[in-house]
Write a protein of this length. Structure first.
Length: 265
């Protein structure tokens, strides 16, 4: 693995780098993707080499949590497993570089009618969770949320989008918002249209050309990073990673020089 990923560009002091990636479950029996032991070196290598300021992962299970954290030794961790609010089931964690960022507050909620406890919402097949945190970088503060929408429940995806908008606006305290994850929905599907009422999808931000593959999964572009218009995109890249996972990764840099606020988020 090269020292720097070819898509990574030099950092600036006024930029925030972000990575969102569904690394696929470590127990891939019955699936086309190889087991974790064959994929781990490439996945951990991408995390080490890019080492973004903020990382949002999906489909991470307890057996590989320690490996992921060891690959990012300077990063703090926010998140619990969705099955019991502790260690059972998948995480959708946020990792953040403690050398650049300070965590103000953080938490999580379930994508369900009762978001304060582990439960399956609406017509979802599985329990789903969202992890959030507010950070400061210098004198600027911002809000990040990482999640993984259900793969079966059409109603669950729609309701989850509205829930996340409401919770983000409530918990962000007026700070600019970054929303990342595997939404199991394309840009023109109802959940992404709902989120697009307030946030800009990097895949279609006309202020910066998107680099790399157009799709993030064999089903299409179902992974997204969205953000308040108060962020200015400096780099928007899909990092090819098929084989290491069944998803490509998203690597973005957003300028922290915030423009005058045109919207609520």
């Amino acid at each position: 693995m090269p020292k720097h990923h070819p898509f990574a560009s030099p950092r600036r002091a006024d930029s925030l780098s972000l990575l969102s990636w569904n690394i696929q479950r470590w127990d891939t029996r019955g699936l086309l993707t190889p087991p974790w032991r064959y994929r781990r070196r490439r996945i951990l290598g991408v995390l080490e080499n890019l080492s973004p300021d903020v990382v949002g992962l999906q489909e991470i299970l307890q057996p590989v949590v320690s490996e992921v954290r060891a690959a990012l030794p300077h990063h703090g961790w926010v998140g619990v497993a969705r099955g019991d609010g502790m260690e059972r089931g998948e995480y959708a964690p946020i990792l953040y570089d403690r050398r650049r960022l300070s965590r103000l507050e953080s938490g999580w909620f379930w994508l369900a009618e009762a978001p304060d406890r582990p439960t399956i919402g609406w017509d979802a097949r599985l329990p789903r969770i969202a992890t959030w945190a507010r950070f400061t970088a210098g004198h600027r503060s911002f809000f990040v949320l990482n999640t993984h929408f259900d793969h079966r429940g059409v109603q669950a995806r729609r309701r989850s989008a509205w829930l996340i908008l409401a919770e983000s606006l409530r918990r962000s305290r007026g700070d600019p918002v970054v929303l990342m994850g595997d939404f199991n929905a394309r840009e023109d599907d109802p959940p992404l249209r709902t989120l697009g009422l307030v946030l800009t999808n990097g895949a279609s931000d006309g202020r910066r050309r998107h680099q790399g593959p157009r799709t993030t999964h064999p089903a299409g572009r179902i992974d997204h990073i969205l953000y308040s218009r108060r962020f200015a995109p400096a780099e928007l890249t899909t990092v090819p990673a098929m084989g290491a996972s069944d998803h490509n990764a998203l690597y973005y840099r957003l300028d922290l020089e915030l423009a005058p606020e045109p919207i609520v988020a």
